[in-house]
Design a protein around this ligand. Structure first.
Ligand code: UDP
Length: 323
C-alpha cells in the first residue's frame, strides 16, 4: 500500500478522498490541525495532528511515512472571511503551502494534487467555463488559490515537482455509505442550510437574490458530488505516479441547478417543506457558474457518477437526518 499524505484529511473533501484512496490501495496519512477538520472523519489511515505551516512538524511527518505524493486540501475556504481578514488567508493558504512545498522538496517528494477552485476564474465571461477561461479571482480566497497554482507551475519548472490542480465547482452531498458527510462551522453552503431548515434544525433558508438573469431568477451552480471529487483525486495521483505532468482541470458535472431547484430537490427527497425567505443578492455571487470538465474526462478518464441533483441531495439528506 503506497503511502500518500493528505493535508486537510479530516475535512469534508479530504476525508472522502482518504476513503477513496484506501479503496484504491493507498494508505492515506491525514495531516490536519483540526481547526475545521474532525477527528472522527479520519478512518482509513493515521492522523498526524499539526499545521502545514509548521516546518519541523512537516519534516517529521515526511521522515516517518515517506509518502510518494501529497494531496493538498488544507486551506481556509470562506470567501467573506477572506475579504474581512486577508492576512489569515494569505498566511494559511499561501504561506502554509510554501512551507509544505519546501518540506516536500527536502524529503524528495515530487508529486502533488492541489485542491483548487472555480473561484480562480472570478466573474465568468462565458459558461460553461473551460480551463482556458481568463483567471481573474475577485476575492482573497480565490487569489490565494490562484497564487498557489502559480507557485506550483514555478516549482515544476525549476525543481520538477509534478502537480495537478483540480478546480472544484460546488462540492456537495455525502458518502453514499453514510460514513462521512459535510459538517462546517459556521455553515455557509446552500445544501446543508436547506436540509437543516427542512429538518427544523436551522432557521428558514435565505435565498440570496431572485432577480438574476436565469430561468427562475435564482443563481445557477454546478453541484458536484463529493465522492466524484474524491475519485478524481485518486485518478490524478495515479496520473502523477505514471509520469511527469503539471496541469489544471475543472471538476463539475456541466449542469447548472438553481437555488430554487435545490430547494425543490430537498422537498422531493425528504417529503418536507424547506421554509425560506428571499434576501438580497450576496455580494460577489455570479449568476451562473457551470463547468466544462472535458479536460479531466480526457486526461484522467474521469466520469462523474452522481450527476442527478436529486441523488446528490439524497446523500446529503441521509447524512444530516441521521446526525
Ligand atoms: N445561497 C443562498 N442562501 C444561502 C447560501 C447560499 O441562496 O444561505 C446561494 C448562493 O447565493 C449561491 C448558491 O446558493 O448562488 C450556492 O452557494 P454556496 O455558498 O453553497 O456555494 P458557492 O457557490 O458560494 O461556492
Amino acid at each position: 500500500m503506497l503511502p500518500v499524505l493528505v493535508t486537510g484529511g479530516a475535512g469534508y473533501i479530504g476525508s472522502h478522498t482518504c476513503k477513496a484512496l484506501a479503496r484504491a490501495g493507498f494508505t492515506p496519512i491525514a495531516v490536519d490541525n483540526l481547526v475545521h477538520g474532525h477527528g472522527w472523519a479520519v478512518k482509513w489511515g493515521p492522523l498526524e495532528q499539526g499545521d502545514i505551516g509548521d516546518r519541523a512538524f512537516m519534516d517529521r511527518v515526511f521522515a516517518r511515512y515517506r509518502p510518494v505524493a501529497v494531496l493538498h486540501f488544507a486551506a481556509f475556504i470562506a470567501v467573506g472571511e477572506s475579504v474581512a481578514d486577508p492576512q489569515k488567508y494569505y498566511g494559511n493558504n499561501v504561506a502554509g503551502t510554501l512551507t509544505l512545498l519546501s518540506a516536500m522538496r527536502a524529503a524528495a517528494c515530487e508529486r502533488i494534487v492541489f485542491s483548487s477552485t472555480a473561484a480562480v476564474y472570478g466573474e465568468p465571461m462565458q459558461v460553461p467555463i473551460a480551463e482556458a477561461h481568463p483567471l481573474a479571482p475577485v476575492n482573497p480566497y480565490g487569489r490565494s488559490k490562484l497564487m498557489i497554482e502559480q507557485m506550483l507551475r514555478d516549482f515544476d519548472h525549476a525543481y520538477g515537482t509534478g502537480s495537478i490542480c483540480l478546480r472544484y465547482f460546488n462540492a456537495a452531498g455525502a458518502d453514499p455509505d453514510g460514513e462521512l458527510g459535510e459538517e462546517h462551522d459556521p455553515e455557509t453552503h446552500l445544501i446543508p442550510l436547506a436540509v437543516g431548515a427542512a429538518l427544523g434544525k436551522r432557521p428558514p433558508l435565505k435565498i440570496f437574490g431572485d432577480d438574476y438573469d436565469t430561468p427562475d431568477g435564482t443563481a445557477l451552480r454546478d453541484y458536484i458530488h463529493v465522492t466524484d471529487l474524491a475519485g478524481a483525486h485518486v485518478l490524478a495521483v495515479k496520473r502523477l505516479l505514471d509520469g511527469e505532468c503539471s496541469e489544471a482541470y475543472n471538476l463539475g458535472t456541466g449542469t447548472g441547478n438553481s437555488v430554487r431547484e435545490i430547494v425543490d430537490a430537498v422537498h422531493r427527497v425528504s417529503g418536507k417543506e424547506v421554509p425560506y425567505d428571499f434576501a438580497p443578492r450576496r455580494e460577489g455571487d455570479a449568476a451562473r457558474l457551470v463547468a466544462s470538465a472535458e479536460g479531466a474526462k480526457a486526461a484522467l478518464g474521469w466520469q462523474p457518477k452522481y450527476t442527478d441533483i436529486e441523488t446528490i441531495v439524497k446523500t446529503a439528506w441521509r447524512w444530516h437526518a441521521a446526525r
